[in-house]
Design a protein around this ligand. Structure first.
Ligand SMILES: Cc1ncc(COP(=O)(O)O)c(C=O)c1O
Length: 376
């Protein structure tokens, strides 16, 4: 079966976060991480059927959705998840904020590694907990932890696959992190929202909680169908918490604060996990082709620092050698909206979202080339 990653979709004036910001300008938005591609046909059909019923009352997670997620974890990551472990939540960001509220006292702190997705980088500040930022260039190994860890540090936040670097952690790395978490008695908050978008054909995602019983018992794994199937606007995610005490306190912290699950989100997620396999395989081929386009373009600009991401649909570009006073502003004036590296903790970089049609990416790269040439 073939899927359409070519036909452009008009997203201006559709209440889209990505497109609304620059609606009045001739700007291609290549920033926030959703894709300018339609969701799998099966997802669209399930949503159409729900919309046609015309009733949008309170939703409740159906057993079939739990089953679809459990089967997805088994088939994609060889991870055997039990139904009891699942706590459905409206998003991964609220999911890790909640973990901090539920499990850390006001004095207890956390460790993050930047550059990283902004809501992770600012998590300590937002939740008013002491936070340590260990650079991504210093991996979580015994010596680095010993040098940075403080007595009040209670939790590690792991972003795997990593946004914005596109790094995928190996089983060996995760086993080492799990051993250190055990030795230091740390909880692990694992944001694995990108777990399905591994672009190297031979790479497999390893959930942190799957490396050992002990890792499972001291962690929450946050997953969602949102990045994978381009349904981020549907507010559907899941926290997998194998430890019953941690799960109970997490649920307790949710009371009165977390909204009910979005009805259409439940419908979309179930269809995606049940029927999205072939579409996802085709999407990865498309994303790899876009990366090839980008790399071809980069041959003309060897001064831009870049490593092919192992996962995600974002590329992390070191543009410092271009000597632009404000790269994001310069590219915006040239008609391309990128994410500022500063927000992730590294001002030398910009982040380019390549989850779009090849044509849109080519146009954006042409515009970026013009900006670079004009500033030479
Ligand atoms: C690492 C990471 N976590 C979480 C999110 C967003 O999660 P949600 O929309 O489910 O809150 C993103 C979105 O880009 C992300 O990159």
């Amino acid at each position: 079966m073939s899927f359409d990653f070519i036909t452009p979709v008009e997203r201006k004036n559709t209440a889209s976060l990505k497109w609304q910001r620059y609606e009045q300008q001739d700007v291609l938005p290549m920033w926030v991480a959703d894709m300018d591609l339609t969701s799998p046909p099966a997802v669209q059909q399930a949503l159409k059927a729900a919309v046609e019923r015309g009733v949008f009352g309170y939703g409740e997670v159906p057993a079939k959705l739990n089953q679809a997620f459990i089967e997805w974890c088994a088939s994609q990551y060889a991870w055997l998840v039990e139904e009891d472990w699942l706590v459905w939540i409206p998003g991964v960001v609220p999911g890790f904020n909640l973990a901090v509220e539920a499990w850390l006292t006001a004095e207890q702190g956390l460790l993050v590694q930047s550059p990283v997705y902004t809501p992770i980088r600012v998590l300590g500040k937002l939740r008013q907990r002491p936070s340590i930022d260990l650079p991504m260039s210093e991996p979580i190994i015994k010596e680095n932890l010993a040098a940075h860890l403080k007595p009040e540090t209670q939790a590690l936040v792991l972003c795997n696959p990593q946004n914005p670097l596109g790094k995928v952690y190996s089983r060996v790395e995760l086993e080492e992190i799990a051993a250190l978490a055990e030795a230091e008695d740390l909880l692990v908050i694992a944001d694995e929202i990108w777990s399905d978008l591994l672009l190297e054909p031979d790479l497999r995602h390893v959930p942190f909680a799957s490396v050992s019983q002990a890792a499972a018992q001291r962690s929450v794994t946050l997953m969602a169908p949102s990045k994978t199937f381009n349904i981020a606007g549907m507010s559907c995610a899941v926290a997998v918490i194998p430890n019953p005490e941690l799960r109970a306190s997490y649920r307790e912290a949710m009371r009165g604060l977390m909204p009910d699950m979005n009805y259409l989100g439940l419908v979309a997620a179930q269809a995606a996990w049940q029927e999205g396999h072939a579409w996802l395989a085709a999407l990865k081929v498309h994303l790899n082709a876009n990366l090839d386009l980008l790399e071809n373009w980069l041959k003309d600009f060897p001064q831009i620092g870049y490593q092919r991401p192992q996962a995600t649909f974002v590329a992390w570009l070191d543009v410092s050698a271009l000597l632009l006073a404000d790269p994001v502003d310069a590219f915006l004036k040239g008609g391309v909206a990128l994410s500022a590296g500063e927000a992730y903790g590294q001002a030398s970089h910009v982040r380019l979202n390549f989850g779009c049609t090849a044509e849109q990416l080519k146009q954006a790269l042409q515009r970026m080339a013009a900006v670079i040439q004009a500033n030479n």
